[in-house]
Design a protein around this ligand. Structure first.
Ligand code: AMP
Length: 132
């Protein structure tokens, strides 16, 4: 059993993901339990549990990368805003949720996730893919 987080295993391509973008320090892929179509996770390649433990450079890099991904999402998905949230209760590897939203309810993490088919996930991934 690997001692690395599930997200590090995605970064290392040991596990599959719907990756939309990456740079040297960060990666963006679809959340497999999306609250909304296009729900993306922004993850630093450095494996740190708590986002607020990241050093200043990595923290700034993560949020700047998230901004670029969010701007790209807003261009391609019809929504009022791109919501941003840090939770971290499930996966002990720092990450930011970016979610296309129209209402507060769209950011409700208690809601059941959408059930999307493999084909729908691939189509959303294709739509949101871009080069950093
Ligand atoms: P949290 O740690 O509470 O911010 O939640 C972790 C998020 O990671 C949840 O929304 C999960 O659906 C998502 N997640 C867990 N495993 C994967 C995976 N293999 N690929 C994509 N998203 C995942």
């Amino acid at each position: 059993m690997s001692s690395h987080s599930i997200f590090t295993r995605i970064i290392n391509r040991e596990l599959p993901s719907y990756t939309v973008c990456e740079d040297m320090e960060n990666i963006a892929f679809l959340d497999i339990n999306p609250l909304r179509r296009g729900h993306i996770l922004i993850v630093p390649k450095l494996e740190v549990d708590n986002i607020f433990s990241l050093n200043e450079k990595s923290y700034n890099s993560l949020f700047f990368f998230a901004k670029r991904v969010a701007i790209n999402m807003k261009k391609k998905i019809t929504c009022n805003r791109i919501g941003m949230s840090v939770v971290g209760l499930d996966v002990p590897h720092a990450h930011i949720h970016l979610i296309p939203i129209n209402s507060f309810e769209d950011m409700n993490f208690n809601k059941s996730p959408l059930k999307l088919t493999e084909e729908e996930m691939l189509n959303i991934c294709q739509l949101l893919k871009f080069t950093a």
